[in-house]
Design a protein around this ligand. Structure first.
Ligand code: FNR
Length: 402
């Protein structure tokens, strides 16, 4: 539809369909600190750049004269069918990029059947985001069934099990299908762009909405505030929230038993896995899936591109765990490559946020719709009808150097 509207109808897209120009459009629309917070990687951004180079090393071998329509982009994850192999990556502080914030992105996702992964570091409480997304579909958040906007919950794992229990209870009540536990961010990384600007959204009271709105969190720190009015004590509350979730103390593998007890039988996915050993640990400790991810190059600078290690991780645990992928997806062909290398679905972060920054909800929706149309068209060109048909036979690794 997008393609026909633009090329046949002559209607220009809401935001550019070129990934590099999109970045420029966001840069112009957003405050320099907010843009740099989204754009930046850790350190000298070596891993962030390597993420893109890793995609370029794989080339596709398209097949001809095969059935390619009607295309089927659906995927089955943890027993549930989703409309697209694309998920919205958990991204914190979305209201810092555009006033539409999480409600805008979640609504954009809902309109396309893209699962929205709600971040622990959001600017809007989970229940409000869920209600807005459902309302945009004409469903109420209490109504069960297929019309509800699909959503998952991402956890920055608090030190205090009572707070974790409360957050997970809320996530379940809000209808989140899957718990995504981010392991690579128990402490913040060295991010020169943000350091130079003195910009950490959490310290300014942004990205703490889930904590601020949490009764257990509020009760625990009540003594430090004037009465219940946490919002009046943003700096103080932010310090406690930071200490809870980015304390620098990593949990241990054994602690996953606590999450299993608190989350129940629902799927648990570990995000930030880059080694075969850890993927095997994940399987041994009874989780359901992993996201092979380097956090978009925002955490450990110098870490391997996640695409580099995806095949070996799939080979090691793909038969036991659902392997998802993120870090560096910018085009439909990128999505095809990750799926062909064995990911069951992919998460995309920055491009959607650039769309949000440039043009709010509509911009976010347009970026997602464009990416999905690109996936669809690229599958057709490759001679592939269904996502489930994608495998390594359509790929060739070629390193031209440089
Ligand atoms: C993130 N990411 C992230 N991940 C997470 O688990 N919780 C979070 O709150 C955030 N916050 C966040 C903010 C911003 C501005 C960005 C860009 C990213 C990481 C995100 O989920 C994902 O791993 C990467 O964005 C994937 O890389 P690309 O698609 O941005 O290249």
């Amino acid at each position: 539809d997008l393609y026909a509207q633009a090329m046949v109808g002559g209607n220009k897209p809401v935001v550019t369909t070129d990934p590099n120009k999109l970045e420029q459009a966001a840069r112009q629309a957003m405050s320099p600190e907010a843009f740099n917070y989204v754009f930046g990687g850790a350190g000298e951004q070596a891993t962030m750049h390597a993420n893109r180079l890793a995609f370029r090393q794989w080339k596709l071998i398209p097949r001809m004269l095969r059935p390619t329509v009607p295309r089927d982009l659906r995927v089955k994850l943890f027993g549930k069918t989703y409309d697209t192999p694309l998920l919205m990556a958990p991204v914190g502080v979305q209201a810092a990029y555009h006033p539409d914030g999480e409600k805008g992105v979640a609504t954009a996702c809902a309109s396309l059947g893209v699962p929205f992964i709600y971040s622990t570091a959001a600017t809007t409480p989970l229940e409000d985001v869920a209600a807005a997304a459902d309302a945009s579909l004409g469903a109420s958040s209490s109504s069960a069934g297929a019309s509800r906007a699909p959503r998952w919950f991402q956890l920055y794992w608090p030190l205090d099990d009572a707070i974790t229990a409360s957050l997970l209870g809320r996530a379940r009540a809000a209808g989140c299908d899957v718990l995504v536990v981010t392991l690579d961010t128990f402490t913040m990384s060295w991010r020169p762009l943000d350091l130079d600007a003195g910009y950490l959204p959490f310290a300014r009271g942004e990205g703490n909405a889930l904590g601020f709105s949490d009764p257990v969190f509020r009760r625990k720190f009540a003594a430090h505030f004037d009465g219940d009015a946490v919002e009046d004590n943003v700096a103080m509350a932010s310090r406690f929230w930071l200490a809870e979730v980015f304390s620098g103390h990593a949990h241990r593998w054994e602690d996953l038993a606590t999450l299993r007890r608190l989350w129940g039988d629902g799927p648990i996915v570990l995000k930030g896995i880059l080694s075969v050993q850890d993927a095997e640990m994940a399987a041994r400790y009874g989780v359901d899936g992993i996201v092979v991810s380097n956090h978009g190059g925002r955490q450990m600078d110098g870490a391997v591109p996640s695409l580099e290690v995806l095949p070996e991780i799939v080979d090691a645990v793909g038969h036991r765990l659902t392997v998802l992928f993120d870090s560096g997806i910018r085009t439909g062909v990128d999505v095809l490559k990750a799926l062909a290398l064995g990911a069951k679905a992919v998460l995309v972060g920055r491009p959607v946020i650039y769309g949000l920054g440039a043009a709010g909800t509509d911009g976010a929706r347009h970026v997602l719709a464009g990416l999905l149309a690109d996936v669809d068209q690229s599958m057709g060109l490759a001679g592939v009808q269904r996502v489930s048909e994608l495998n390594r036979s359509i790929l060739r690794r070629i390193n031209y150097g440089g």
